[in-house]
Structures are given as structure tokens and as C-alpha cells.
Write a protein that binds this ligand. Structure first.
Ligand SMILES: [Zn+2]
Length: 687
């Protein structure tokens, strides 16, 4: 690669040589760069492929530094006249092992760096770990770097395969279309994916960095050292990296974040939401050409894929599941593989016919709702049929019969036991629960399905909720409220469950499900008479205001992460329900910032809520203050908070100013969606 002397140049592999470079007479460096040097001579690649190669280009090159924005390669900044009298260098890199072309990366720019190292217990070798960002942001990159050091040993132990390249860099890019990209040896991503300011960033920003870095690290094995055969198996890469990065590894490094149950609120929820649409698609979806790749990077590939893998992990046991993954990786090192190869590995480790269990989960669209009928003699009859959010499945859409692990939880006193053998692999079946007056299907909400109980059983489960685990309670709320929204059951039944549960609930995750369900319920009714919406707001206040009163606005030293999260959820929910007392408090906190420049009354975890309340319930002065913050943010997450607020105003003129920003180049393409998400959220509130 040819670059200016002072620039840092990076590629998948370490630099093998660098020497001064002089352009041949009459050839500018740009010209030389674009025509004279082909990639193959600079960086070894496994094989060629034009489209994936340009994808990799798009994701790394030329997006590395504020100053170079808007240029396609960002390498010379219009200083070509200096090229003939030195100031340029040519750098070569070691050849990579065989790898897919979409993983190729190289970059150059004015980067600062932090470094550490990983000593492999497998090989005894020391692998340099670095993270690159612009000078003004490098101090926020320490956490992103540390994660590699903590997570690599865990990955090596689980997969029983050492990290394969001689170095591992991360590059923080100012402009990036996706969130991050797993280029082998040179992971790249946007600022919110890797920067964390311990003083000023909220817990959610810290979690995002952890999740993204762990996800990309999983790809170093799953995706990079073994790659899917074709894009129709994309899910294999993404679902697995999601499961590892957001559950398995996270749980080993940050158990206090409760990633196992948090997974339900993030991935299982979005998987079931998208897959309950008539327009959904199977996990394994045809991809006739690479131009269609972008369409399958969705919640089905990531979240449903990860959720069905989590279900399989529950069925075979985590140790055997991970052992099977290791078998699969070892069999296909430096090669390509497809879904059936992974099933073979897990079958070998578990002794189960995994392909048979999983077939309809990955090859067919949708998921089932299990309807439970109690026959009064200790027997239950269960029936499966496809769940649609519109509640109007037609016979021709309802032909799939899934292999459903019922995981029936019963209680003997307050001691639970789970029947792992109860499987429904036909349309309907009967199961004997005699002797158990407390029962619940889908223990730990391990399955990718919903359960529909009778209204009586549902309210009984609400009263018994304290017997059940966090995962169970999250699943109960999610199922009951989704089924009611879709018309499978009455809204009153789900609200009575929520009310019962709310009386004793102390944990963040079930509360988050309740908050989300009421938010969606209000959205469903947004065009209805005002008294309906007011009634829903009243319910939100009655459930969440006591939590605000109990917990206050400020995190206390030593508060567990979920305590901080519950505080944030309660304040933001009561604010969204327009409780005057909470609104006044939040506005006064913003006024301290706006009038006195005092930000000490804005806790990082509440910043997004306070900013949005300020513009939603304020005027031009508040809007202008937020605009200042947007233009000069102290860290990436504050900039995102300002974006939400700029689109949250109810003043049509101010909203016009925001839309003008979207059109006049003041907003990067990568950030456009944030404004639209915010507008969409605001639209549930009538103007
Ligand atoms: Zn990924």
C-alpha cells in the first residue's frame, strides 16, 4: 500500500516491509494507487471475487478519519504536488492464510493507538493487540482494547483452537455503514461500537462495546477461519457470533449483567416480532446473487438464528453444544462449510439427530404458538400452529409441524423440576401433569415459540410469579401481551397478569418487558379516543412511579447494573406517560445545563431521556442547546442522544430544521436511521 510517511497503514496481516516510495515520472501517487498496484501484489488473498471485495473496501477504506471524510480513499488530502519530492512510503504485508475475499481489509490514516498483548495458553505465543482511533478519541478506546485481552483466552479454550493470525487490530472509523466488520486480524467498526468514556458514557454504551467486540471476536473463528459456503448460510455466521458474543462469552466475563436472561429482551423478542409477520422468511434463505446480501442481514439471521441455537444448546446441554462447535470448526479449518456440517458436529458431540430436530426451525418460515387446554384430570392437551401477529393464519400458511421442546416446569412445594423429555413433534399431543397444580411450559423461555394459556391459568401464573425464574417471568409477560395484541386472547387477561406480577416484581428484565408491552399497547391505540390512551398512561404511571419514588434519579455507588437499568427504565417510562412531577424534575435538570452549563445533574444513564424531554416539551432554546451538543459531543453516545432529541420535538418548525439537516449533509448517512427511529417513536404520541 502507498501512503504518506506519517500515516499509519494497516491490513489483515502484519507489515513485512516499508520503504520510501517515489512516483515514476509523470505519475501522481493517486494514479499509481488506482492503477499500478493490484491488491494481489500487496495483500495475499485466498481467492478473488469482485463484489465481496468491493464490500470489504466499502467497509474500511477511506472512512477512517474526520479530515478525510467525503473522499473515497482519503489518502492524500489534495497534496499531490508534494509527491514527487518524497513524503511517501510503500508498505507490504505478510500473506494471509487462505480466506474469503469479503474479509480483506486495509486502511491508512492519522491514527493514534493503544496496545496490549494476548499470550496464548494453546501455543505459548504472544499476539500483539492494538486499537486505533483518532488522536482526540483514543483515550476512550481502552475498554474496547481490554475486551480482546479478556475474551481471547475464553474463545481459545472453548473452541480448542488458537487465534490463527499473528496480530489482532481494531480500527475505530468515523463513518461506517454497518455497526462493525469482522475482517480477519483487522476488525473495524463505528465509534459507538468501540469507544467508551468511563466518566460520561452510560452503561448501555459500555455494554454495546462489549457486545460488539465479543461478537466480532467470535467471527475470528466462526466466519473467518471457517466461512459459510455461500450467503444463503449467512445465518450460520451471524447467529453463532450473536450467541457467543451476547450470551456465552458475555456471561463468563460480565455475569453481573445477566446476559442469559437479557438475551430474551433483546434477541428473542426481536426474533419473534419479525418472524410473526406474514412477510417473514426462513432462516436459511435463497440468495441467488451477492447483490441481495444486504437484505438478509436482518433480525431473522441474527436474532432468530441465535435464538434457535440457544434452544438447541438448551436441548443438548451447553458443554456438548460447544464441543460440537469445536468439532465442526476443526473439521473445516481454512475452508467453507454449511449448516449441515454444524449439525453433524453437534450430533457427534451429543448423540442426537440434530439435523432432524432443527430442520423446520431453519428451513421453514415462522414459529408456533402452543395452545394449552387443561382437561381437568391432570392431563393437558397441547396443539401447535403458526403464530402471526395479525392472528389470522390461513390453513395453507399453517402446514409446518415443529419439533418443540415443551420443557414443562412443575413444582413440588417451591422446588421446581423440568421435564426435558416432553417434546411435541406432531400437531397436538397430551401430557400427564397429575399431582402438579403449578405448571408452566417453556421453562426458562428456552424455546422459540409462544404459549397460550386459559385466562384463569394466566392470572394464576401471575399470582404465582414469584416462584418462577427471571426468564420465566419475562416469557410470561412477553407471551401474554403479544398474544393479546394479536387477538389470540383478551387484552384484559394480559393486563391482569401484568398487574399481578407488578405487585411483587423487583427485577429489571421483567419490568422492561412490561414497559415495552405497554408502550406497544399505546401505539396500537394511538388513533383511538384520548381516554383510552390516558388510561394506558395512568397504568404506566401506577406501575412505574412507585419505582421512581423508591429509587430516585441518581445511581448510587455500588448499585448493581440492573438496579441502574431499572431506575432508567422507570424514569423514562413515567416521563413518556407525561407524569407532571417527573417531567418538571427532568426539565429542571436540563435547565441547569442550558442556563448554567452545569451537567452534573444529568446522569449519563438518563441523558437520552432528559434530552428528549427537553426538546419534546421545550422550545427553540432547548432545541438550539441540543444542536450545540450534537455539533460538539464529548463522546459518541452523547451525540446519539442528541440525535434522538433533535427528532423528538413536537414543534413542526423545529422538526423541519431537523429534516433539513438530513437533506443538507449535516448528518452522516450512517446516522440517518437514528433520526427516523426517534420520529417513529414520537409518532405514537398525538400532536
Ligand atoms: Zn457478525
Amino acid at each position: 500500500m502507498i501512503a504518506r510517511d506519517h500515516e499509519t497503514v494497516l491490513a489483515n496481516m502484519p507489515e513485512s516491509s516499508s520503504k520510501p516510495w517515489k512516483a515514476p515520472t509523470n505519475v501522481s501517487p493517486e494514479h499509481a494507487l488506482s492503477e499500478s498496484y493490484e491488491l494481489g501484489s500487496l495483500i495475499g488473498t485466498g481467492h478473488s471475487g469482485a463484489a465481496p471485495l468491493s464490500e470489504a473496501f466499502g467497509k474500511t477504506e477511506g472512512k477512517v478519519e474526520g479530515k478525510t471524510e467525503g473522499k473515497t480513499e482519503g489518502k492524500t488530502e489534495g497534496k499531490t504536488e508534494a509527491s514527487s519530492d518524497g513524503g511517501w512510503k510503500i508498505t507490504k504485508f505478510d500473506q494471509t492464510p487462505p480466506m474469503s475475499t469479503y474479509l480483506l481489509a486495509f486502511a491508512c490514516g492519522e491514527f493514534a493507538q493503544l496496545s496490549s498483548e494476548h499470550k496464548s495458553a494453546k501455543t505459548g505465543q504472544t499476539i500483539p493487540l492494538r486499537i486505533f482511533a483518532t488522536e482526540n478519541q483514543i483515550s476512550q478506546a481502552q475498554f474496547g482494547l481490554d475486551i480482546k485481552k479478556w475474551a481471547l483466552p475464553v474463545y481459545e479454550e472453548i473452541f480448542d483452537i488458537p487465534y490463527a493470525l499473528p496480530k489482532l487490530d481494531t480500527l475505530v472509523a468515523h463513518d461506517f455503514d454497518a455497526g462493525a466488520m469482522e475482517n480477519w486480524g483487522l476488525i473495524t467498526g463505528r465509534t459507538t461500537a468501540y469507544l467508551y468514556d468511563p466518566e460520561k458514557s452510560p452503561l448501555s454504551a459500555k455494554k454495546r462495546v462489549a457486545v460488539v467486540q465479543c461478537h466480532e471476536l467470535a467471527h475470528m473463528w466462526f466466519g473467518d477461519i471457517v466461512t459459510m459456503k455461500w450467503w444463503d448460510n449467512l445465518w450460520l455466521n451471524e447467529a453463532f457470533a450473536t450467541l457467543m458474543g451476547e450470551l456465552v462469552i458475555l456471561d463468563r466475563i460480565w455475569p453481573e449483567w445477566k446476559p442469559r436472561s437479557a438475551f430474551l429482551n433483546t434477541h428473542l423478542t426481536s426474533a419473534l416480532a419479525l418472524d410473526s409477520q406474514r412477510s417473514s422468511h426462513p432462516i436459511e434463505v435463497e440468495c441467488p446473487d451477492e447483490n441481495q446480501i444486504a437484505q438478509i442481514f436482518d433480525a431473522i439471521s441474527y436474532s432468530k438464528g441465535a435464538s434457535v441455537l440457544r434452544m438447541l444448546m438448551g436441548v443438548v446441554g451447553e458443554d456438548k453444544f460447544l464441543k460440537g462447535v469445536s468439532i465442526y470448526l476443526k473439521k473445516h479449518l481454512y475452508g467453507n462449510a454449511e449448516t449441515k456440517d454444524l449439525w453433524e458436529g453437534i450430533s457427534e458431540a451429543s448423540g442426537l439427530d440434530v439435523a432432524k430436530i432443527m430442520a423446520n426451525w431453519t428451513l421453514k418460515v415462522g414459529f408456533p404458538v402452543i395452545t394449552v387446554k387443561e382437561k381437568g384430570n391432570g392431563q393437558i392437551e397441547v396443539k401447535q400452529s403458526r403464530f402471526l401477529s395479525t392472528g389470522d393464519v390461513k390453513p395453507e400458511e399453517d402446514e409446518t409441524v415443529w419439533w418443540v421442546p415443551l420443557e414443562i416446569k412443575t413444582f413440588n412445594g417451591d422446588k421446581p423440576s423440568i421435564d426435558h423429555k416432553a417434546v411435541l413433534n406432531e400437531r397436538s399431543g397430551s401430557f400427564d401433569l397429575s399431582g402438579a397444580d403449578v405448571f408452566k411450559l417453556n421453562a426458562e423461555t428456552v424455546g422459540v415459540y409462544r404459549v397460550n394459556y386459559s385466562p384463569e391459568r394466566l392470572s394464576q401464573l401471575g399470582r404465582q410469579s414469584s416462584l418462577f425464574s427471571t426468564e420465566d417471568r419475562v416469557g410470561l409477560v412477553s407471551d401474554a401481551t403479544s398474544l393479546a395484541r394479536a387477538g389470540y386472547s383478551k387484552t384484559s387477561g394480559s393486563l391482569s397478569l401484568v398487574n399481578e406480577l407488578g405487585k411483587t416484581e423487583t427485577e429489571y428484565l421483567p419490568w422492561a418487558q412490561i414497559g415495552a408491552a405497554l408502550d406497544k399497547l399505546k401505539a396500537v391505540w394511538w388513533q383511538q379516543p384520548e381516554d383510552v390512551r390516558n388510561a394506558i398512561n395512568k397504568l404506566r404511571v401506577s406501575l412505574f412511579k412507585p419505582v421512581v419514588n423508591r429509587m430516585g434519579y441518581e445511581n448510587q455507588k455500588g448499585d448493581a447494573p440492573e438496579v441502574c437499568e431499572l431506575r432508567e427504565l422507570a424514569v423514562s417510562t413515567v416521563a413518556a406517560a407525561e407524569d407532571p412531577e417527573v417531567l418538571t424534575e427532568l426539565k429542571s435538570r436540563f435547565d441547569s445545563l442550558m442556563n448554567d452549563g452545569n451537567d452534573s445533574r444529568i446522569p449519563p444513564d438518563l441523558q437520552r431521556t432528559i434530552f428528549s424531554i427537553a426538546t419534546r416539551h421545550g422550545g427553540e432554546q432547548e432545541y438550539n442547546k441540543i444542536l450545540d451538543i450534537y455539533n460538539k459531543p464529548p463522546n459518541p453516545s452523547t451525540k446519539v442522544d442528541a440525535m434522538y432529541a433533535l427528532a423528538a420535538t413536537r414543534d413542526a418548525k423545529l422538526l423541519d430544521r431537523t429534516f433539513t439537516m438530513l437533506e443538507n449533509g449535516s448528518v452522516k448517512n450512517q446516522d440517518m436511521y437514528i433520526f427516523y427511529v426517534s420520529v417513529a417513536e414520537s409518532s405514537t404520541t398525538p400532536r
